[in-house]
Design a protein around this ligand. Structure first.
Ligand SMILES: *Cc1c(COP(=O)(O)O)cnc(C)c1O
Length: 406
């Protein structure tokens, strides 16, 4: 299926594809939802399970330094998102981290009651913020505006501006630096969700002066299904925030078994319970693929892949309407189109070896992950898409039956 394309000729990332274990008959445009398995991870997991767990048993916590995995993995992610060492920890899920971080942020602005977010945010972030406001029962309000209205909605009522940088559905990307500045000028704190940013393009949390961030381990970071997530606390806050979940792994000295809680110094206080060693080890190993990669190269290729895809689809599939921004500067690493029978179309594509996904009610979404996707893949995917639309191959009952996960 993979022929050649001239734009792949001088690709500095071309050799990276061999670092991944991809089925031969698949063009995978869904690394924004679940990243691909790096080829060396199974052997590493075999080692962790059979030797570290199997042989070391409880001694593994010290012998293999399992106990420090959250910081170790956190520091590796920190490099990818422009954060200083010691400000990122890998733990829990993105959803749980949103809860912890928004709660800690609200606590730093006790006289303010508004959490501002936008309707392009991923629902779980909104559910959590709304649920937290209810739980606190102190009159907090979750205010949700359209993405393009966020800037104008920043007022001095805000405690926290809570945004996802890249819209999961459309790929629209917020200006992190400008919005953070605006919120700070209004006296608010800012939390960025980097679920569709980390590993997808250069992120500069420190440069943007962000207060908090969270992100996902199983999307562009390739940590595997349900991989641990991460969170970031800026240096100026990390010794002041009050964690909402005062678990023993966030204690200053967990193994003192003190009956009184004292928060650990730094970002470690945001940890809660025992780290999931197996999944953290998989994420840790998966991050190796980024070790010798320049995020600038990733961005450059990502833009080139997305531009080619948009151009070809618009020329060859007139029934699809572009949902993503046309301007690359305000787009992440994904491209979405609208089609009335989007679900069936995506099912037909998947049956033909092109894997993307569908977001209700009518959006087909394609993620472009430059570490393992080539311009030849883009052309291969468009070819299938064109045939399926032209021949109405999607118009079959079997492609219209909704499964649990879309
Ligand atoms: C993928 C994603 C999540 C997922 O959260 P989980 O806790 O891993 O289920 C949360 N927020 C955003 C913005 C996402 O894109």
């Amino acid at each position: 299926m993979h022929t050649t394309h001239p734009l792949d000729a001088n690709d500095p990332l071309a050799a990276k594809r061999a670092a991944f274990s991809l089925p031969d008959d698949v063009i995978y445009l869904d690394g924004n939802s679940l990243g691909v398995l790096p080829a060396h991870v199974p052997a590493r997991m075999q080692e962790v399970v059979a030797n570290e767990w199997g042989q070391s048993l409880i001694r593994g916590w010290n012998e293999h330094n399992w106990i420090d995995l959250p910081q170790r993995v956190g520091n590796r992610i920190a490099r990818l998102v422009g954060a200083a060492p010691g400000t990122v920890v890998a733990c829990d899920s993105t959803t749980i981290n949103v809860f912890k971080v928004v709660s800690a942020a609200l606590n730093l602005r006790p006289d303010r009651k508004v959490i501002l977010s936008d309707s392009g945010n991923f629902p779980t972030d909104l559910y959590v913020a709304g649920g937290l406001a209810e739980l606190l029962d102190q009159g907090h309000e979750l205010r949700v505006v359209a993405p393009e209205d966020v800037e104008a909605a920043v007022t001095d009522e805000l405690a926290v501006l809570m945004l996802t940088q890249v819209d999961y559905k459309t790929g629209r990307r917020h200006d992190m630096k400008a919005l953070t500045e605006k919120a700070h000028a209004a006296g608010a704190l800012v939390m960025w969700d980097l679920a569709h940013s980390a590993g997808a393009f250069p992120v500069d949390l420190a440069g943007a002066n962000a207060d908090f961030a969270v992100g996902c381990g199983y999307k562009y970071l390739n940590g595997g299904p349900g991989a641990p997530a991460f969170l970031y606390v800026a240096p100026e806050h990390k010794n002041h925030v009050r964690p909402p979940m005062t678990g023993w792994m966030g204690h200053e000295a967990p193994f003192a078994f003190d009956l009184d809680y004292k928060p650990a110094s730094g970002v470690d206080r945001m940890r809660v319970g025992t780290p999931p060693v197996l999944s953290l080890s998989a994420l840790d190993a998966a991050l190796d693929v980024f070790d010798d990669v320049d995020m600038g190269d990733i961005r450059k290729k990502s833009v080139s892949l997305c531009e080619l895809f948009i151009k070809e689809v618009e020329a060859r599939c007139p029934d699809l309407k572009l949902v993503s921004p046309r301007n690359e500067a305000v787009r992440g690493s994904q491209v979405s189109f609208r089609f009335k029978e989007g679900y069936a179309l995506m099912q037909a594509l998947i049956a033909n070896g092109v894997i993307g996904d569908f977001r209700a009610p009518d959006t087909v979404r394609f993620g472009f992950t430059p570490l393992y996707i080539s311009h030849a893949d883009v052309m291969g995917a468009v070819e299938k898409l064109e045939t399926i639309l032209a021949d109405r191959l999607w118009d079959r009952d079997e492609f219209k039956k909704r499964q649990k996960v879309t």
